[in-house]
Write a protein that binds this ligand. Structure first.
Ligand code: TRP
Length: 472
């Protein structure tokens, strides 16, 4: 007899775990800087509109599909499409995508762990030198940090949905929140901090063009864990007595709220310690910001709070980013693990070891693609630039494929599951859903303009990344 599927124990547990998945490095650093460079308050408003009107419906559809089939994404596509071959490909994509995201996200996470340990061992001042980052990522020590990250994530996943993922989120999410608020209070009480807040909040409509709209849309989409198979998987662990609409709204609110709050930390910190910063010159890359730019800000804090104080603040910041990254990593690795458990009928520990080993292997290819291995470092050249294996993985799986996976979910609802199927699932555990505005909006948007927008974002990003062509 098949054993019962694991489930989240409570609604709040589900919301925390899913918010933990959604909140990541992008929320804490990428979002605030992107918003500041691209119109401040005007960007924030645009982003909120995208979250509410485009991302939330896709989120609810993914959760509902997973809860309906009680299976991983691959099987979910099979079940809803009645085993169609074509849909099977979409199913595979939604398992391979999280696998590959897990690969490069593990690499970034291990770097964060490396920086955190440098700071707590008294070496904050080293992080400011221009060569530190490239020397560090090419040093042998990265492999020990990779082992550290793998053991932690593996350890949480080993205990399963309720005792591992949910319990972990219940500890780590409040921790994340407290560290974030603590840092915000510290930074806002510094001199000049308000200059940063102004840049972040005051709307500048002149910056809003088609490119900014496209990037706000893409950012909102990936920030909410959409198109990664995570929500289908977590949906399959949701109780039928829980309202999907309510839970999804809370997750979106938490994710956006944390991204917004991080803006009150990062921008004031930058402006307080370097009042002449020109926001337009801040890097677009979260990686460059975290590993080369922000350490300089922390080092500059020495002047007012001493080396120990600056190290303490830097340590809390890197711990905050580490916790955010770990909760995301946990959720994304659960997707292939769940697919193996469901389809190969093996136990969780066995599935975890197979998937974990495979991720570590490919993560090692990424790790050595910054100079250690000539082959992986100069793998390809496209879109007018030389690309390493690490770049290739990010370009394909993070930047390009997510909207395509979102489109696939919309298409599955339109052509196979039908609105009635979706509505029936969303009505479970939610007495107010039938006939509600949310239901009507979902039915309309998911079958009309949302797939068109996702198609456009996908095509535009693919042309841009791989051929250097921009449609807008
Ligand atoms: N918001 C995340 C970030 O900023 C993006 C993300 C969502 C993510 N879900 C994830 C990243 C799962 C890795 C794994 O980084």
């Amino acid at each position: 007899m098949a054993s019962q599927r694991e489930q989240f124990g409570s609604r709040i547990g589900f919301i925390l775990a899913t918010a933990g998945s959604a909140v990541g490095i992008g929320n804490l650093v990428g979002f605030p800087v992107n918003a500041t460079k691209n119109g401040g308050g005007a960007f924030l408003l645009l982003y909120a509109v995208f979250v509410l009107f485009i991302c939330l419906p896709v989120m609810m559809a993914e959760l509902a599909a997973g809860r309906h089939t009680q299976k991983n994404p691959l099987t979910t596509y099979d079940v809803i499409s009645s085993n169609s071959k074509r849909w099977h490909i979409a199913g595979w994509l939604s398992v391979i995508t999280p696998f590959m995201i897990a690969v490069f996200y593990s690499v970034i996470t291990l770097w964060i762990l490396g920086y955190l340990s440098a700071i707590v061992t008294g070496n904050l001042n080293l992080l400011g030198s221009p060569e530190y980052f490239s020397t560090f990522i090419n040093s042998k020590s990265v492999f020990s940090y990779l082992i550290g990250v793998s053991l932690f994530v593996g350890g949480v996943l080993f205990f399963g949905v309720k005792d591992g993922i949910e319990r972990g989120a219940k500890i780590m999410m409040p921790m994340l929140f407290i560290m974030l608020i603590g840092l915000v209070i510290f930074v806002l009480t510094r001199e000049n901090a308000m200059a940063g807040v102004k840049y972040f909040l005051i709307p500048d409509l002149s910056k809003i063009d088609a490119k900014v709209i496209n990037s706000a849309m893409a950012q909102a989409f990936f920030s909410l864990s959409l198109g990664m198979g995570i929500l289908i998987t977590y949906g399959s662990y949701m109780k039928r007595t829980t309202s999907i609409a309510y839970s999804a709204k809370m997750v979106a609110l938490a994710d956006t709220g944390i991204a917004f709050t991080a803006g009150l930390l990062v921008l004031p910190a930058i402006f307080s310690f370097n009042p002449d910063t020109n926001p337009a010159e801040l890097s677009d890359s979260s990686i460059a910001l975290i590993f080369t730019f922000l350490p300089k800000i922390f080092i500059a804090m020495q002047a007012s709070i001493g080396y120990f104080g600056a190290s303490a603040i830097a340590a809390v910041f890197f711990l905050l980013v580490l916790v955010a990254a770990l909760t995301s990593l946990i959720s994304i690795i659960e997707v292939p693990v769940c697919a193996v458990i469901d389809n190969k009928n093996v136990s969780r520990p066995k599935a975890l070891i197979c998937v974990g080993m495979a991720i570590i292997l490919v993560a090692i290819f990424c790790t050595i693609s910054f100079g250690m291995s000539e082959f992986f470092t100069n793998l390809l050249s496209y879109g007018g630039a030389d690309k390493s294996f690490f770049d290739l993985v990010i370009d394909i799986f993070y930047d390009t494929i997510l909207p395509l996976n979102g489109l696939a979910i919309c298409a599955l609802v339109i052509f196979r599951w039908k609105k009635s199927g979706l509505n029936t699932e969303l009505e479970c555990g939610d007495d107010n859903f039938k006939g509600s505005l949310t239901e009507r909006y979902l039915n309309f948007s998911l079958t009309t303009f949302i797939p068109l927008i996702l198609l456009f974002v996908f095509i535009n990003t693919a042309l841009n990344k791989f051929w250097g062509i921009s449609l807008i």
